[in-house]
Each structure stands twice: as C-alpha cells, then as structure tokens.
Design a protein. Structure first.
Length: 112
C-alpha cells in the first residue's frame, strides 16, 4: 500500500507573518534563505515523485519564510491527510486555515 507523503514549503518571500520593518533582520533574512532552500528541495522532490509515479500531497506557497506561524497554517492543511494515513478519526471541524497567498497546489498522482 505504501506510505502517505506530505511535503510543502514557502517560497522564502516575506508574507503575512513577516513584518519586515519590525522583524529583526536576523529572523526575516535567515528565515527567507532557509525557506527558499526548502522550496528548492521541495520542488525537486515533487518533480521526482511525479516522474516515478509515487503519490504525494504537496505544495510550494507563493510566500512564507521559516517561521512557526507558516508551519502552523500548513499543519492545519495537512492534518486530515496525516490522520487518514494513521487510521485516526477527526471529531469535529478543523480550524480554518488563514487566507494566504498560495501557489497552485501541486497534487501528486494520487490526486487527493
């Protein structure tokens, strides 16, 4: 049956949680480089997964740096997929994912 694969990253561009004028340079700049590197690796991995016909769920967002707030938003999006993968039930509604600038979702060959 295989494993459920979920992969995502931000682009490294400042987004809704980056207050560029108020954020310390350390947080904004280092977070941007870390997330840009993650986006490059995510893009390469998803391309290879598609080439091999391996199902996955994933996306690279149009914005987002290496910050907990972006991770939290993505976890909310990933939670139903993760719960299904381990055979767990979800009781009640999940919190909404905040409206962010998203790149088109790059769904794998599973299509869901």
């Amino acid at each position: 049956a295989g494993k459920a694969v979920y992969i995502s990253a931000g682009s490294g561009m400042p987004g809704r949680y980056n207050k560029v004028a108020a954020d310390p340079l350390d947080t904004t700049v280092k977070g941007a480089f870390l997330e840009f590197g993650s986006a490059v690796c995510t893009g390469r991995m998803t391309a290879r997964l598609k080439q091999l016909g391996i199902p996955f769920h994933g996306s690279v967002k149009a914005s987002g740096t290496h910050r907990w707030e972006y991770w939290r938003d993505e976890l909310i999006h990933a939670w139903p997929i993760l719960m299904k993968a381990v055979g767990a039930r979800i009781d009640g509604p999940l919190p909404p994912v905040p409206d962010t600038a998203l790149a088109e979702d790059m769904m794998g060959s599973s299509g869901s």
